[in-house]
Every structure is written in C-alpha cells, then in structure tokens.
Ligand binder design. Structure first.
Ligand code: PLP
Length: 334
C-alpha cells in the first residue's frame, strides 16, 4: 500500500518498538515516569525552552496552550486556515470561552502584519481582549519566513500579546532550512511539536515553554483528560524519533520534490504548490472520481479532490514515488 493521504499514517519502526518495549515506566500523573521525564528534558533542551510537557495529541497540546494564555472572553488571532482555528473542533471556544479572530493568509502562508495590526482590539469595553497571536509553521507544507516571524512576534509583544506556535511540523521546517529547532522556537512563548507525523511515533506531542506556563499547562492537561499513567511507552517512541528520525525528513523532502517534478511534467495535472513533504495538485473535475479509483486499484491511497494534497513520509521509498508517477502516467495515457 502506498499511502499519500498524510504523514500521520507512518507506523513505528522496529527500533522504535524496541525502545518502547524496554522503556522504564512509572505513573506520570504522580511524576514517577523516568522515560517521560527524560524525554521532556530532551525536547525542552532541543527547543531551547525551560520545560516541556508530553501530550497524547497535538490538538490537546494546542488547546492547552490557548487555555494557558487566554482567560474566558479573551481573543486569539490565528490564520483562517490554521489548525488551531479550523481543525480542532472549536475547542478553544467550547472549553475555554476563547474568541478566535481569524485572519486571511498571504500566499506564502503568513498573516500579513497590517492584518494582524488591524485585528488587535484597542482597550475598550465593546471588544474582547486581544491576548494571543498563534502562528503555524510549516503551514500547508510551507516554511514561514524567519524574518516575518520575528516581525510578527515583535508586533504581538508591542501590543502586550502572548505568542504561540503550532509547530506540528516544525522539525520539517528546521530540516528544510538547516536551522536549529531552538532558533525557530525562540520568537514564541510556547510551541507545540508533533511526533506522530513525519517523525513516525504512534502518538505524542510536546508543548514547550517557560516553566510557569508549563506548570499551568500540566493542570489543564489533567483537567482535559490528558494525564497519562505509564506514558513512558509513548515518550520512548517520541524520544527515539527525536534522537534518530529527524534527519530522515530530508529524504521525505527530496522525494516530495521528485514527485512534484514528475507530476509537473504531466498534462491535465496542475501542481499548485510544493514545499517540504507536501505536494498540492489541482485536478480537472472529470478526472477526480476515475483517477481516485485508478490509483486505489493500484493500491495507491490519495484523497483525490479538486484540490488534492499528497504527503510524503518515512514509510514511502523511492520505488513508491516511481510507482505513483507511473500510475498517474498510465491513467492519463489511457
Ligand atoms: C496534525 C496537526 C496538529 C495536531 O493534530 P493531532 O491529530 O491532534 O495530533 C496540529 N496542528 C497541525 C498543523 C497539524 O498538522
């Protein structure tokens, strides 16, 4: 099976399973799990922050960050396409009474500074209190420009806003730009990192930030049902990914570029964007259903829609890319 639907479909490698099997564990709600403690210390150091906290999912990690930064009635500025705004079930509004203020993205995925500035409310009893700027890197596979991030977070601080980064795929950005993770985290108060995407762990995200915020996050995590017991098994998987699988993301990026180049050469397929491990296609309507079926018959899983996303990951090798290109070619030739 060649599964290009997402990098979440990656399965733990044999070495990762060994690390999970042999991890010493304890009850992490009581602070007794040595593998969790070791992992949290390692990821905090890598991110250049005081402390880290392990979460079962990135959604819970992002939600916790928003709950830490915002009180009921406060407002978070986030991108219209941001995961925290669009793909997390409205959790911040439902569970935190936090009002989202979505902002339209520029083509490069950034939120233009003038739109952020215009969205920040003055201190006036008519308005929600603007409290937090939340960015995402990578977004749609695109790496957000570092100078832009510096300017946007400076603007936030000038207005007394806290800053959070949804860095679900920040390791992809770090590898793609050959930048230390800590440098990408530095402009933000808190950052959420996912280990269950391209890094290949079965589950696990980490929230990193200053000690007092992470202490507050630990309380929220428990309230949200994210206090886990022998979670060293999960931490060991994430730690294995951190130590051994980050550099492999460069392979995914190289293969995604090759996939994009192959698809660009085809008629009737428009490659609209390609960055890090993702390729976005536009497929003529009449091809959508037959192409999806053609690929599925060849055991290639792609959610073919008008806008189609292909995601390359560590469970796909060069042969998988060749087979995918061959299937597109044969469909278009027929
Ligand atoms: C996957 C993802 C998350 C977290 O998702 P979970 O499935 O809850 O782990 C957050 N932000 C972005 C950008 C993501 O891609």
């Amino acid at each position: 099976m060649i599964d290009l639907r997402s990098d979440t479909v990656t399965r733990p490698s044999a070495a990762m399973r060994d690390a999970m099997y042999s991890a010493p564990v304890g009850d992490d709600v009581w602070g007794d799990d040595p593998s969790v403690a070791r992992f949290e210390a390692a990821v905090a150091e890598r991110a250049g922050k005081d402390a880290a906290l392990l979460f079962p999912s990135g959604t819970q990690s992002n939600l916790t960050a928003l709950l830490v930064h915002c009180q009921r009635g406060d407002e978070v500025i986030a991108g219209q396409q941001a995961h925290t705004y669009k793909y997390e079930g409205g959790g911040a509004a439902v569970l935190g009474g936090i009002q989202p203020q979505p902002v339209e993205h520029a083509d490069d995925g950034s939120l233009p500074l003038e739109r952020i500035r215009a969205a920040i409310k003055p201190d006036d009893i008519h308005f929600a209190r603007t409290r937090l700027l939340a960015l995402e890197n990578t977004i749609g596979g695109r790496v957000i420009d570092a100078d832009y991030v510096a300017a946007a977070t400076d603007l936030a601080r000038e207005h007394g806003l806290a800053t959070h980064l949804d860095g679900a795929r920040l390791f992809n950005a770090a590898v793609a730009t050959d930048t230390p993770l800590a440098r990408l985290c530095a402009p933000f108060d808190t950052v959420s990192l996912c280990f269950s995407k391209g890094l290949g762990a079965p589950m696990g995200s980490a929230l990193v930030g200053p000690r007092p915020l992470i202490d507050a996050a630990r309380r929220w995590r428990k309230m949200l049902g994210g206090g886990m017991r022998q979670s060293g098994i999960i931490a060991a998987a994430c730690h294995h990914a951190l130590d051994h699988q980050v550099a492999d993301l460069a392979q995914d990026h190289r293969r995604a570029a090759r996939l994009a180049e192959g698809l660009e050469a085809l008629p009737e397929i428009e490659v609209v964007s390609r960055a890090t491990n993702m390729v976005f296609l536009r497929v003529a309507k009449r091809h959508i259903a037959p192409l999806r079926a053609w690929l599925a018959e060849r055991r290639i899983l792609i959610d073919v829609l008008y806008d189609t996303r292909l995601v390359v990951h560590r469970d796909l090798d060069d042969d998988a890319i060749d087979a995918t290109l061959a299937a597109f070619r044969s469909y278009l030739a027929g």
